[in-house]
Design a protein. Sequence first.
Length: 268
Amino acid sequence: MGVQGQGADAFISTILRFVSLPLLGLCTAFSPPPAALPAGQLLAGSVFSLLSPTVRTFRPPSLAMSAEGKPRALRLDSFAKRQWSAEYKGLVIKMPMEELEAKVNELYWRNPDALQDGYAPFCKHLFVPCFLEGARSEAVPITDDNKALLQSEYQARTEQELPVLVRWFPVGSVEAPPATHLDLILYSREQLIKEAEAMGRDTTEAKDEAPWGLISIKAQLVDYEIPMTPITMLRNALGKEYGGSGVPLEKEKYNKSVEYWSKHAVIA
C-alpha cells in the first residue's frame, strides 16, 4: 500500500477512535483494542458490535428462587410467624425464618405431588419428617392424672379475630414424646389475598408470587392430618371478616373433631 493509502487509513483510524469507541463502550462484543486492527476491520467490528450487543437475562426482583434454583413455591406467611414468639400457645420455633422457608421449599421440590388435600380446596398439607430440634408432639391424651392441669382462656390469634375459648396443658406440666413429623399447613395465594382484603389488612405480602403461603406448622407423631379443633371449625364458618375462611361447617367432620379433642389437648 502506498504512502497516500497509509495516510487515509491513519485518518480513518483517528476518526474512529473518537466516534466508535464511546459507542463500543455500550456494547460487550468488542474485544481487541482499535489500534491493533486495520481501519476497514475496525469499522466492520464497530458496526457489528453495535448491531449485535450481548443479550443479558433479566429477572424481576420479585421472582425469588429457592436454594436449588427453582421458583419459590412456599413462603412463610405472617400468620405462621406467631410461632417464633415465646408467648405462642403451641409449637414455638427457634430456627431462623429464612432458614426454615428455604428448608420447606427444598422439601416441597423433592416431591411436589406430595401435597394432600385439606378441609377446603385452597388448603393443602405437606407432611415431612420433623427437622426442628427439640420439637415435641403438641397433642397429648387427657387422663385422670393430668386433667386437673388443664387451663383455659378466651384468645384471639390476631387483633382482627373474635376471641374464642381454648384449653391447653402448660409447658412442663405433662410429658410429650419427641415429634416424628411436621404438618405444614398451606393456604393458596388467592385465599390469603381474599382474607387480607376482608379484614382490611395490607395485601402486599399476600400478593407475593409464591403460590402457597405457610400459615401453620404442627409437630406430631403421625404423617396425616390430626382433626382441626372444634372451635377452629366454628371460627372458620363465621367468615373472613372475623378471622375465619368462610368455609361452612360440616357436621361429620365436626363430630370427628369433638371425638378426638375431647380426649386430647395441646401443650402450650
